[in-house]
Design a protein around this ligand. Sequence first.
Ligand SMILES: Cc1cc2nc3c(=O)[nH]c(=O)nc-3n(C[C@H](O)[C@H](O)[C@H](O)COP(=O)(O)O)c2cc1C
Length: 195
Amino acid sequence: MELAELLQETWGDVERGALKWRDPFHLPVLSLVGAAGVDARVVTLRLADRGQRRLQCHVDARSPKAEQARAGGPSVWVFYSAASGCMVRMYGAVSLLTDGEDVEAAWARTKPLARRCYLAAAGPGSELAEPGPGYPLALMDREPTRDESEAGRVNFALLRATIDRLDRLDTRVSGHRRAGWTWTGADWEGHWLVP
Ligand SMILES: Cc1cc2nc3c(=O)[nH]c(=O)nc-3n(C[C@H](O)[C@H](O)[C@H](O)COP(=O)(O)O)c2cc1C
């Protein structure tokens, strides 16, 4: 296989992950750097676009990851499929979007049930006297109405990365294979690498 073909296949794998919730690439680990150092967590991939070199997830604007993204630092997104033995890492600067057309469109697409977590009285990581979801307990048994869910809009944000480096490792009994690509400003420059 050619490097250029493998690059397209890799973006295809990640784009599929954004669209299919059962896909192993739907839930990458996102690592960011903040004032307290490095942090990492699983997120739900909401958008992948090779043309814009873009990855996106939804976050609570009050969360530590939002704070880490606000600073505009580096990010690493790690995707892994146990079924295929493939790991993809994508690297790029992040930004946090709280307003504008893209945020409004993403919020409009978010169903009331998924909006529920943005109704929590305090941000993710805040202490609770009792175990629980943080939002009104009455909403544990039902989804909020569309009107009720609108109160969560103020806490909703898009975390966006513009990818400028990526790396793919395929593990196989017959011999592993690894490749890496860097964005030159005009194109992707790729190399085969020792796994
Ligand atoms: C399967 C799964 C999917 C998740 N998806 C998201 C997500 O899309 N956005 C998000 O902010 N947190 C998501 N989380 C929660 C984060 O992993 C994390 O625990 C939480 O947001 C803590 O925030 P912090 O990383 O900012 O401290 C997900 C967790 C799991 C286990």
